[in-house]
Design a protein around this ligand. Structure first.
Ligand SMILES: CC(C)(COP(=O)(O)OP(=O)(O)OC[C@H]1O[C@@H](n2cnc3c(N)ncnc32)[C@H](O)[C@@H]1OP(=O)(O)O)[C@@H](O)C(=O)NCCC(=O)NCCS
Length: 162
């Protein structure tokens, strides 16, 4: 029988169990690809994930709760600039703060690795992601028309300075 948790040990401000992060490995790729295809109009391919594994500038992580992949995200670090490549939450687990947790983890990893700025592009119509980035302190720095070739959609350019 497990001991009951004393009230003073409970973190009442923590809305969900903490995620566990692992570096992307070959074993993750099939499950990440399934989520990728479910979540993006222009999903990365198997080959692109393999390239990611080989890329020394890539910092890419998979977020778990027990055995379940909740999401994933990564960035490329070029000198002191981190560029977010992916931030994805499994659709069944959205609006619980996990996207924010994954971004905070990426920001922390980038800072520890020497980044002074983190940049990203987001589709102009992707309001959920834009709201999340703004809440995290990212500011809009520009707009690139036609950036996403498959839909000719504009990209909003956002940045966070550490
Ligand atoms: C964007 C994404 C990662 C957000 O993940 P999430 O776990 O739902 O995000 P959070 O629960 O941390 O939400 C943080 C804030 O973002 C905003 N937000 C997230 N989803 C939203 C939605 N569907 N509508 C409006 N605002 C939303 C809210 O301000 C939210 O804070 P709140 O819940 O206190 O109101 C997720 O929707 C996703 O994986 N989308 C598909 C992939 C994608 O577009 N990635 C970004 C590419 S640039």
């Amino acid at each position: 029988m497990t001991d009951p948790v004393e009230p003073e040990q409970q973190n009442l401000s923590d809305p969900h169990p903490p995620l566990m992060f692992k570096r992307l490995g070959l074993n993750h790729v099939p499950r990440v690809l399934l989520l990728e295809r479910e979540c993006y109009p222009d999903p990365w391919t198997h080959g692109m994930f393999l390239q990611e594994l080989e890329n020394v500038n890539s910092h890419f992580f998979v977020a778990y709760l027990d055995e379940t992949i909740i999401g994933y995200g990564g960035f490329w670090l070029l000198i002191d600039e981190a560029h977010v490549t992916r931030v994805t939450v499994n659709p069944a687990y959205r609006r619980r703060g996990y996207g924010t947790d994954i971004m905070r983890y990426l920001m922390d990893q980038a800072y520890q690795a020497g980044a002074v700025i983190m940049r990203l592009e987001v589709r102009e119509t992707n309001i959920p992601a834009q709201k999340m980035y703004k809440k995290l302190g990212f500011v809009t720095e520009g707009r690139r028309p036609g950036y996403y070739q498959s839909t000719e959609e504009a990209a909003i350019l956002m940045a966070y300075r550490f």
